[in-house]
Design a protein around this ligand. Structure first.
Ligand code: ASP
Ligand code: MG
Length: 409
């Protein structure tokens, strides 16, 4: 007997028929004698619909009230899922985040899980229930409803698996695993049988939408065995997220995947006097406003001034620009502050880079041959990311996929 957490995304609960399907799968696992915790997202499109509703009332919705609204999507699907299980004669009970006692901080709309009380769930599992938990939501110390950021149900699933010491966390989605890149962009993209946790983390942080990045961080930290599977196929082992020391070998490809992110915008602060503290003066107020910064580049010119470029989420570009123009500009005396949201980030990821040289030059040559200009570069041990003009995104991903021989064998 194993304890398995199964997380189902929005497309897997999109309508009653799919929920019945999900229930039949859970029933099969239950019949094998396993204990099952099901985590569900809202029906696909529902969270977007709720956010749009809120914005009709208040263009920049108050985050606490927004969380009250958007968390309802998952409350509907847990009830429906529990009902579908009951219809199959299975004992089932739904739980909101607060009912489980998923304690988070109070950063509404992007809260972090602080603690999970596993007692209620454990008792119900032992009594033969399937526990159906609402993804994406929790409760702060004052009892306020919080949500974990878009795609947060993955994190709920992994966090529950960690708290319950589950044998496996299965993420059921509309694709049958993790691919070398998005098959909608490159039809030759191939499913990976396994990928290391480090690579998955980079892919997720570079824009792959298969798993929410926090869920991967969580899985790494608590060594949760994580598998991505299709909820539309009964066969197939999906993609297993492994730890680097586990059975990977020299034959593994240098590059495992290519991610891209259309959500970033570039902000450049031009002609700032090159003095100590400039980076802090620019980025301090940005961080204080809770705006996440991704890439950062600073380059000092011969004239003693420096250009400072960084990227933020597209939605936060205007906020960041006004902070710089209203609060920072008078101190740093930049020549100009410009924003550009017509950019994308493309990244190649692979643990094989650690032991191979020339990966970066191969990437840059491949892009140069297509006349694609690189605006920013950032690297880690297992990743090379570039920012380019958005109009070249699909071309860049396609030629890189080919250059690194990621197509189906
Ligand atoms: N329903 C939430 C969202 O759309 C959480 C999730 O699906 O994971 O972002
Ligand atoms: Mg999702």
């Amino acid at each position: 007997m194993a304890l398995i957490v199964q997380k189902y995304g929005g497309t897997s609960v999109a309508n009653p028929e799919r929920i019945r399907n999900l229930a039949r799968r859970v029933a099969r696992f239950k019949a094998m004698g396993h204990q099952i915790v099901v985590v569900v997202s809202a029906m696909s499109g529902e969270t977007n619909r709720l956010i749009a509703l809120a914005k009709e009332i208040m263009p920049e919705p108050d985050p606490r009230e927004l969380d009250v609204m958007v968390s309802t999507g998952e409350q509907v699907t847990i009830g429906m899922t529990a009902l579908a299980l009951m219809e199959l004669g299975i004992k089932a009970k739904s739980y909101t985040g607060a009912q489980v006692k998923i304690l988070t901080d109070d950063a509404f709309t992007k809260a972090r899980i602080l603690n999970i009380d596993e007692h209620n769930l454990k008792a119900d599992l032992d009594a033969g229930y399937v526990c159906v938990v609402a993804g994406f939501q929790g409760m702060d110390a004052n009892g306020n409803i919080t949500t974990l950021g878009r795609g947060g149900s993955d994190t709920t699933g992994v966090a529950l698996a960690a708290a319950l010491n589950a044998d496996e966390c299965q993420i059921y989605t509309d694709v049958d695993g993790v691919y070398t890149t998005d098959p909608r962009v490159v039809p030759e993209a191939r499913r990976l049988d396994k990928i290391t946790f480090e690579e998955m983390l980079e892919l997720a942080s570079q824009g792959s939408k298969v798993l929410q990045i926090r869920s991967v961080e969580f899985a790494g930290k608590y060594k949760v065995k994580l598998r991505v599977l299709s909820s539309f196929e009964d066969e197939g082992d999906g993609t297993l997220i492994t730890f680097e020391d586990e059975g990977n070998n020299m034959e593994d490809p240098i590059i495992s995947g290519i991610a891209f992110n259309r959500d970033e915008a570039k902000i450049t602060v031009l002609g700032v006097p090159d003095t100590p503290g400039i980076a802090y003066q620019i980025l301090g107020p940005i961080a204080e406003a809770n705006v996440d910064v991704d890439m950062i580049i600073q380059n000092t010119g011969a004239d003693g001034t420096t250009d400072f470029t960084f990227t933020v989420h597209k939605n936060e570009m205007n906020k960041a620009l006004s902070i710089l123009r209203d609060k920072v500009q008078s101190n740093i005396k930049a020549r100009e502050i410009v924003g550009d949201d017509k950019v994308v980030k493309v990244a190649i990821v692979g643990v094989g880079m650690k032991s191979h040289v020339g990966v970066a030059s191969q990437m840059f040559r491949t892009l140069a041959e297509e006349g694609i200009n690189i605006q920013m570069i950032s690297t880690s041990e297992i990743k090379i990311a570039v920012v380019i003009d958005e109009k070249y995104m699909e071309l860049a991903v396609r030629v890189l996929h080919k250059a690194f021989e990621l197509e189906a064998a």
